[in-house]
Design a protein around this ligand. Structure first.
Ligand code: T1G
Length: 689
């Protein structure tokens, strides 16, 4: 056989083992010997049944994503599955870890599937801008029904083995000894007399489908697609499984797949798949991670409470410190309320809530942080307050404990310098709500030790965060670029655009909401306080705040929110204010289209990203994409600002930036050298592309 596929005989049952670390991806190097092994076994009467299993930590986690966009080498996965379905002896997939994408499709080509209790099964292709291309859109509905299949394929979310068994996807679940149990199971199936029916011929569950209900379900899911093609294609393919003969539907699936795989959206989402994995890598060979068993949080406010929940959700005991018993009581009460809301929504069980709350230890005494391996400060955003806290942490924290600040803007080097252990100090910039938002900017200060960075990057994965290591500058990567994206907002309004027009340009581009609606959601008073602290002004926004228009929380901001609704309504008072401010500055209104709005907001965003790369604040352009997609809602189908710049055309971006620089003289339009270089060579130089 080959290094990647081996065959053994266990009591007359042939066990085919795939071994392609780390996740047994179905690369050509696996497909070819697998196909050959199955052909040999098909024609080998000695094998009374065939088991397909995997070595290592997981069953097949899908096709090899790195092969997409390249010429396809035969045999394809489809051919292997078609061969499997011709085998007249029981075939059984033994699933442990994850069976995802092409891996689950391979298992669906078997007569039976058995799984380890801890296994998860799913078709996540939609997260790569694709759809299951190995017959999953028509074999899965035949086992679990069309409603469940549609939900699994359009969401891409895997399900646990127990749920898969209840849904009819797997035939048995074992708590241990998977392979031995599977061989026994396969032997029993071989001894049975019932005819073997390939999944492709099981139409019972399809016949149960209520097409009207299905179409309504598909329409509701399509609404959430926000310009992404893959979810719609997924729904269309599953509908074909209901309405068309198997082979016709399979051919249609292939066409839909071919269209998606060569499209910009899937290229963008595949870029993000690898970018997220690269972003968390800390340079340095075999860095020993420090042990982290207990986490301390200083400050039980909105951020501190959310961060504490993120760690408790990850199974970490948490010590939550506050300045007074009353503040502590309030903080813990908010945490309990948040968990109760999740229980109410059915996204958390009562047991899990109790378990998580059991992980919290409240305190008002710094000494209680002495046994923490990581302490995160989440207090008021003021340098003097931060330094005072770090001075006290320096006194009580044990040697080797990592001290992290959750500052969004302040100089982490200065905070580190206020301790005797700057090598143990770094930034952990969470995004609100910290127990929900996936992004974590890990801020590397000048003296931060690489093992401290590696420890925190690994921790981030364990609490379900997407981590990006960034350098120290004002606003780090995300907030610094956000300022550049927003710098033109007021000018656009003064020159004739309305908040509604600007926001529509953004939502049409694929953002969940535009800058003005986002401002109203976050609260306009936050930006106002920051501007005042930095001696900056924004004529229109400052006036709105002076009038008490802080956004949704006061029912009025850039928009009106009548009767507590969250739906923004245009407000003629705001438009009158804008025109008055423009008149004060002698600016006449003119028609401003969506293209100009995006040029004057997204091109400076990319330009600032290029400057950040030049300064080494971000190690790779793809890191910036991960920040913006996971922290600021940049559309996944566009791959992030730096990837999008490649699709949009760096030459065009430079030319238009120069146009606006000449016209306005504003520095945000002055093209960065790194961006000009990108326009020349078509790649972000010295950066991970
Ligand atoms: N192809 C190529 N490389 C892969 C890969 C894949 N499918 N999955 C993971 N890797 C690499 C990854 O880049 C990383 O590399 C290493 O493996 C460990 O991954 C025809 C069209 C399985 C849950 O979408 O979700 O099948 O950084 O860090 O956290 O219909 O990997 O070490 O160099 O993520 O333990 C569908 C993708 C493909 C699943 C494990 N499958 N993988 O998570 O490890 S499309 C997926 C995952 C398809 C068919 C279609 C996760 C995981 P490096 P990791 P992990």
């Amino acid at each position: 056989m080959s290094n990647f596929v081996s065959v053994a005989n266990e009591n007359g049952v042939a066990v085919v083992t795939i071994d392609n670390p780390p996740v047994n991806a179905l690369s050509f190097a696996v497909r070819k010997p697998l196909y050959e092994a199955l052909i040999a076994l098909r024609d080998d009467p000695a094998a009374k049944a065939i088991v397909i299993a995997c070595a290592g930590r997981t069953f097949v986690a899908g096709a090899d994503i790195t092969e997409f966009g390249k010429p396809v080498e035969q045999p394809e996965l489809r051919a292997i599955i078609a061969l499997l379905e011709t085998i007249a002896r029981p075939t059984v997939a033994a699933i442990h870890g994850t069976a995802l994408g092409g891996g689950l499709e391979l298992a669906l080509g078997c007569h039976f599937r058995v799984a380890d209790r801890g296994a998860r099964l799913g078709l996540p292709e939609v997260k790569l801008g694709l759809l299951p291309g190995g017959g999953g859109t028509m074999r899965l509905p035949r086992l679990v029904g069309t409603a469940k299949a549609l939900d699994m394929i359009v969401s891409g979310a895997p399900i646990p083995a127990g749920e898969a068994e209840a849904a009819g996807l797997v035939d048995a679940v074992f708590d241990d000894d998977l392979l031995a149990q599977t061989v026994r199971f396969a032997g029993e199936m071989a001894d049975r007399s019932e005819p073997l029916v390939p999944v492709r011929d099981r139409n019972g569950r399809l016949a149960e489908t209520d097409l009207a209900f299905f179409d309504a379900q598909a329409a509701a899911l399509a609404k959430k697609a926000r310009g992404l093609d893959a979810p719609l294609a997924c729904a269309e393919a599953v509908r074909n499984a209901i309405t068309l003969p198997f082979d016709e539907a399979l051919a249609a699936e292939r066409q839909l797949f071919a269209k998606l795989v060569s499209g910009d959206q899937s290229r963008a989402q595949r870029h993000l798949f690898f970018a997220e994995r690269e972003a968390a890598k800390v340079p340095g060979k075999d860095l020993q991670k420090r042990g982290v068993a207990r986490v301390g949080i200083v400050g039980a406010g909105t951020m501190g409470g959310g961060i504490a929940m993120a760690f408790a959700n990850g199974g970490f005991p948490v010590t939550l410190l506050e300045t007074s018993a009353e503040a502590l009581r309030r903080g813990l009460a908010t945490i309990e309320k948040n968990y109760a809301v999740s229980v109410g929504r059915g996204s958390l069980s009562d047991e899990a809530k109790k378990e998580r709350l059991g992980l919290f230890r409240g305190s008002t005494d710094y000494a209680d942080l002495a046994d923490c391996d990581l302490i995160i400060e989440a207090v008021f955003e003021d340098m003097a307050v931060k330094k005072e806290v770090f001075g006290r942490l320096d006194a009580v924290a044990k040697p080797g404990a990592i001290l992290a600040t959750n500052t969004s803007y302040l100089d982490v080097n200065a905070i580190a310098a206020s301790t005797s252990r700057p090598q143990d100090v770094l930034g952990m910039h969470f995004f609100s709500p910290a127990n929900v938002m996936k992004l974590l900017e890990i801020v590397r200060a000048e003296k931060t030790a690489p093992d401290a960075l590696a420890t925190v990057a690994d921790l981030a994965r364990r609490i379900g965060k997407v981590a990006v290591v960034v350098g120290v500058c004002h606003g780090f990567v995300g907030n610094r670029m956000l300022a550049a994206r927003g710098a033109e907002n007021e000018f656009l309004l003064l020159e004739g655009a309305t908040p509604g027009q600007v926001d529509k340009a953004f939502t049409d581009f694929g953002w969940p909401m535009g800058p003005f609606q986002m401002g109203d959601l976050a609260g306009l008073d936050i930006g106002w306080r920051n501007r005042k602290a930095r001696g900056q002004a924004a004529a229109i926004a400052d006036t709105l705040c002076e009038q008490g228009r802080f956004g949704q929380k006061t029912g009025r901001g850039w928009y009106r929110y009548d009767g507590g609704s969250r739906e923004p309504a245009q407000d003629p008072e705001v438009e009158a204010l804008i025109r008055a401010k423009a008149a004060e500055q002698g600016i006449a209104a003119r028609a401003i289209g969506a293209e100009e709005i995006l040029e004057r907001t997204l091109y400076p965003l990319v330009n600032e990203g290029a400057k950040i790369l030049e300064e080494g604040i971000a190690a790779r352009a793809s890191d910036i994409d991960v920040v913006w997609v996971n922290g600021y809602g940049f559309p996944v189908g566009k791959g992030g600002p730096m990837f999008w710049a490649g699709v949009e055309g760096a030459g065009k971006i430079v030319e238009r930036l120069e146009h606006w620089h000449q016209r306005t003289g504003r520095a945000i339009f002055d093209p960065a050298a790194m961006l000009r270089r990108f326009a020349e060579i078509g790649a972000w130089e010295g950066a991970g592309g």
